[in-house]
Structure formats: C-alpha cells, structure tokens
Design a binder for this molecule. Structure first.
Ligand code: SF4
Length: 396
C-alpha cells in the first residue's frame, strides 16, 4: 500500500530534520545541444566501476553526515536510466547500510522516455526506486528535434504507461518551454497532453541559456550568441508559463513552486530540501552538496572523478563556507519560489537580519497584490511569482 504523504506545509514544519542524498550519473547516449549539466556522451558506460566509486565517495563523506536520517534519495543526471537496475540497487543497498533511511523514504530516478529505458522500469521498482522522473520535454516532434532529443511523443506516452505497469504510483514528467520556433499553442497542447496522462507531478521550465552556458560551451548558447537561432521573446515565454500554469491547475495539480506542480502530497521531497533550507549530501561527477553552511562541488569530468576517488581523494573541485548573509539570501530567494512561502521574520531572526527594515516593502507587496502575508509566512501570488527574482533581490 502507498505510504500517506505529507503536504509541503507539513514537511516544512520539520526543517531541522530534513536531509536528502543526491547521486549524479553523468553518462548519456548523446549530448543535447542545450545541456549544461555535468554529462558526457558515452558508448560504453563503466556501470560497475561508477557504482563502486559512488559508494567509495560516500564512505569518504560519511563522517560529515553519520547517523542522519535520509528522507529522500535522487538519482539524477545525465541519464541514470542507463545504469542497469542491479547497480542502482547496489548503491541503494550501500546507502541503507551506512545511513538510516526514513520510513517511506522517497527514492527518485530520472529516466529518458526511450523504449530501452522503459524495459528497465520494473527492475528499478524492484530495486527500491519508488518515484520516476521522466524527461519528456515535449510531445511535439519539431520541438524535440530542436532540443536534440532521441525520443518522440508516442514513446513518452508509452514510457508513462510502462512506468504504471511496473508499479510506479508516483511519476513526474519534465517539460521545457521557450524553445526556438515553439508557439504558445504548442506549449498549451503539450501541457494538456501531459495533464491528460494523470501523473502525480509535473515540472515545466523555461529554456535558459546564460553566460555560464556559453562558458561551458553549450552548442545552443553559442548559436544564440552568434545570432544563428533566436528564442521566443520574454513576453511570449511569460504567456507560455501562464498557459502551463492554468492547464495544470485545471487538471488538479497545485503549483507548489514556481516551476513545479503536484497533486496533494506529491511534491518532490528531494527538491523541497533545496528550497526550504535542508541539507543534502551529493555524490558523483559534478554533484554539488550543501551541509550546514558548507557548499561543495565535485569535478565535472567523469574520468577525473573516477581517478580521484580510486586514489582515495575527495573528488572536489571546490568548497566554501557561506556567510550568514549569503545563507539568509539563499533562504529568502528559495523560500519565495514556494507557494507555501517563507517565514520572513523567523528567517531574519535566524540569520541576524532586520525584519523591521523590510516591513514597509512587504506591506507594499501585499497592497499591490504581489504577495500575501498570513500565519507569519510571506507567499507570493501568481503575479508576484512572475517577478520573483526582482522581489527576492529587494528583500536581501
Ligand atoms: S539527456 Fe539530459 S543530461 Fe543528457 S545531454 Fe541531454 S539534457 Fe543533458
């Protein structure tokens, strides 16, 4: 029987206890032109070697997290569905031998909706994965081509049904809007098709390619900078986001974060640790972890990662200790992304900031209909979420 799931509001009531583990799997079949994740196209994936390395990294990091109860585990990528279920099972077993897992611990695996991945779904379910997150991106053939994706819309629908047949009663699908050549009507059709499938969770992100993407040599970012492609203008992207929001809402999916929608109790527990000031241990190539005020990031090269771990070295490219001001800013920016908002007074107090200095701005937000302030929490309205970054910046 499915475990009853707490709402995000109930979840945030236990902030101090929240702890998640992220495992990055960096290999993909090919490199998508818009991708700036730590991923590499590999003909031969060193599956067993990588599983061993991830557990060795876990051993090295264990003193920092010993005995903390894990509420959520997330296998992200990359394309973790290229990792055979036996290796996912081995990593999960290794985690549960070393750290206590909370009852009903959410275990998510990202999957590409290609047919080859779908055949593995029952193996993942048996291995202990209880949530699938599928990178559908779109059902539209042209949009998928522009994104360089190897699946088509019908494969995505089939993969969803295969996930259900494999016993997944918690399925999320990711979509992208704001792709070159895409129209608001196409985005509406994608959203309607996604909602009609009846998954528990949907994410919709605007395609963004910034200076960092350019530095990482993302092909689409380079084409954009040379003027070879153009993305839809900002006002059209905002319309797309509103269309998605309205379609999902009508289908009974609650917008609990700027880009994330869920049926009651099915918010992503793992991502909620990011958004509400929890801690997460990150393992694998290019993974970034956050433990208290410490932030660390691993090297982005798979070969370098394996070489460092196998010579008993931490595979980090850097770490820093955030100041209280930086942590305050992070909490406010992340908290305001959530429909449940942030207890601004409590966060100010926790990090030695003045709430009084921000009170007039909070009142102005409320009187302009950009936020509501109730039960001590400041929550942005739909209009406020549209200008989230500007509001967050003013509160810092
Ligand atoms: S499948 Fe995902 S991680 Fe892999 S290249 Fe494409 S966008 Fe990047």
């Amino acid at each position: 029987m499915a475990m009853p799931r707490a709402t995000l509001d109930a979840w945030t009531a236990h902030e101090a206890a929240r702890f998640a583990v992220y495992v990055h799997f960096p290999y993909c079949l090919s490199k998508c032109p818009y991708c700036d994740f730590a991923s590499t196209a590999a003909k031969q994936v060193p599956e067993a070697r990588y599983a061993k390395a991830v557990l060795a990294e876990l051993d090295a990091r264990l003193p920092d997290v010993a005995s903390r109860e894990v509420q959520a585990i997330f296998f992200g990528g990359g394309t973790p569905s290229l990792w055979a279920p036996v290796y996912v099972e081995a990593v999960l077993a290794g985690l549960s031998e070393r750290l206590p897992l909370a009852p009903g611990c959410e275990v998510t695996l990202e999957a590409n909706p290609g047919a080859a991945d779908a055949t593995r779904f029952s193996g993942y379910r048996a291995a202990g994965v209880n949530r699938l997150s599928m990178g559908v991106q779109s059902f539209d053939a042209l949009t998928l081509t522009k994104l360089g994706r190897g699946h088509d819309g019908s494969m995505a629908v089939k993969a969803f049904h295969t996930a259900r047949e494999a016993g997944f009663d918690n399925v999320s699908m990711d979509f992208i809007y704001g792709v070159q050549g895409q129209t608001v009507d196409q985005v509406r059709r994608d959203a309607e098709a996604a909602a009609a499938l009846g998954s528990e969770h949907l994410s919709a992100y605007a395609l963004t390619l910034d200076a960092e993407s350019l530095a990482e040599e993302v092909p689409l970012a380079k084409q954009l900078s040379r003027g070879e492609v153009t993305l839809p203008p900002d006002d059209v992207v905002v319309q797309m986001q509103r269309v998605v929001r309205d379609v999902y809402r009508q289908a009974g999916l609650h917008r609990y974060e700027v880009s994330n929608y869920a049926r009651a109790g099915f918010h992503s527990r793992h991502n909620s640790a990011y958004w509400t000031g929890g801690d997460w241990l990150a393992l694998g190539v290019g993974a970034s972890g956050s433990l208290g005020s410490t932030r660390y990031a691993n090297v982005r090269s798979a070969e370098k990662y394996l070489a460092l771990v196998e010579s008993n070295q931490l595979p980090e490219k850097g770490r820093e200790a955030l100041s209280d001001v930086e942590r305050f800013e992070e909490r406010v920016a992340m908290g305001l992304r959530l429909a449940s908002g942030v207890d601004l007074e409590a966060v100010c107090e926790a990090f030695g900031q003045s709430y009084a200095a921000r009170k007039a701005f909070v009142e102005a937000l409320v009187s302009e209909g950009l936020a509501v302030h109730d039960g001590g929490r400041l929550r942005l309205t739909d209009e406020g979420l549209d200008v989230h970054s500007a509001i967050a910046a003013r509160l810092m």
